[in-house]
Design a protein around this ligand. Structure first.
Ligand code: 13P
Ligand code: MG
Length: 364
């Protein structure tokens, strides 16, 4: 059976500040998607949140980039925004750049990751959601999952993964893309993957079968708005087991709380903390960055789940380490490398301050 899994998320208003999503907003989204399921547009859905982002996880048979599915998501976000306005939540409609449905929701704020697949005998998928991060935050974990044998032993010991994976990488500032084959091109690939504020892994494919293994919401948000309107807090879908890495191999990279951009005002580097959904409500200095992972088994498009995958004491150490790194990074205050470099601040609120001070400079 062909099924499409669409994960679309947006910040439609924070409760309180940028820390969380109000239960009334989540309830309204459930009602909207219930309507979609009743009208048989959706096979199934799950609504959740990560920090102040409302996340819609949907299955259907409409394929990727379906107008009907994107319109349903857009209308759901508008309904959520209406509630956010009524409750005067912070930044109501923050991620929705247009007032009317633009046709292509992807270009207008919400993060979108979608894959159309032929459901396997057992179709295991993981949905990762980050808050206070940019899409480049997936580069390091995706590299480890699909190209690093020290993370994914299946690359060595499973005959059906020996061929490796192809990485499609977006240049989100240059509006271009490139594909690299792992393992033989990993040195070339890392030139770009390591530059997380410009290059993002969009998709990964199994090289023998060409089957999609992972898809992220990499897109050009700040370029669309032309100014800072919040982060594009990315989402990621990965398939697990069989010809893909095991669930544990996909979760393993997050045991290392990597430094990512996105903390406080989208202007600071900090550790990415893997946590259960109930703990994905960042408050310290509006952070540090959170990542949650929801696991599902698909059964003819039904979402059997979620299982809250980081709700496991085995990730306590990563959370502890993230808190120690957070403390250290915070002690730098407004200094780099806690604060982003001036180049990277171009899409934050800083340029307005710089503009005002510009005329006070004199030549050396
Ligand atoms: P969000 O993009 O998650 O709303 O965060 C904005 C921010 O920078 C809070 O400090
Ligand atoms: Mg917000």
């Amino acid at each position: 059976m062909r099924v499409t899994l669409s994960v679309i998320k947006a910040d439609v208003g924070g409760w309180v500040g940028h820390s969380s999503c109000h239960p009334s907003v989540i309830d309204r989204a459930r009602e909207c998607l219930d309507g979609g399921r009743e009208s048989r547009l959706l096979i199934d859905y799950h609504v959740t949140s990560c920090g102040d982002d409302l996340a819609l996880i949907m299955t259907h048979d409409q394929g990727v980039e379906s107008d009907r599915i994107h319109k349903l998501a857009w209308d759901t976000f508008q309904e959520g925004t209406a509630i956010a306005r009524k409750l005067k939540l912070h930044g109501a409609g923050q991620d929705l750049v247009a007032d009317t449905f633009p046709g292509n929701i992807q270009e207008m704020g919400p993060g979108v990751a979608e894959m159309e697949i032929v459901e396997r005998q057992s179709e295991t998928v993981l949905v990762f959601m980050a808050n206070k991060a940019y899409s480049g935050a997936w580069n390091l974990p995706l590299y480890k999952m699909f190209a690093d044998p020290f993370n994914t032993s299946g690359l060595v010991i499973a005959h059906n993964m020996h061929c490796g994976f192809a990485f499609e990488i977006y240049d989100i500032k240059g509006g271009r893309k490139i594909t690299f084959n792992a393992p033989e091109e990993i040195y070339d690939m890392l030139v770009y993957l390591g530059a997380t504020n410009r290059y993002s892994v969009k998709a990964i494919y199994h090289r023998d079968t060409d089957e999609i293994a992972a898809i992220s919401s990499a897109q050009k948000l700040s370029m669309v708005a032309g100014r800072y309107i919040g982060l594009n807090d990315p989402v990621l879908i990965t398939r697990a087991q069989g010809t893909f890495p095991a669930v544990g191999e996909l979760l393993e990279p997050f045991a290392m709380p990597q430094l990512v951009e996105g903390w406080m005002r989208g202007s600071h580097n900090g550790p990415m903390m893997p946590c259960a959904q109930a703990q994905a409500n960042p408050t310290r200095f509006d952070g540090p960055t959170r990542v949650t992972a929801y696991g599902f088994q698909l059964a003819n498009g039904l979402l059997i789940g979620p299982r809250d995958m980081f709700d496991d004491p085995a990730f306590d150490q990563a959370r502890h380490q993230a808190n120690m790194i957070a403390e250290y990074m915070r002690s730098h205050g407004p200094f780099e490398p806690h604060r982003l470099t001036l180049d990277e601040m171009a899409y934050t609120t800083l340029p307005e301050v710089l503009k005002r001070l510009e005329e006070r400079f004199t030549d050396l």
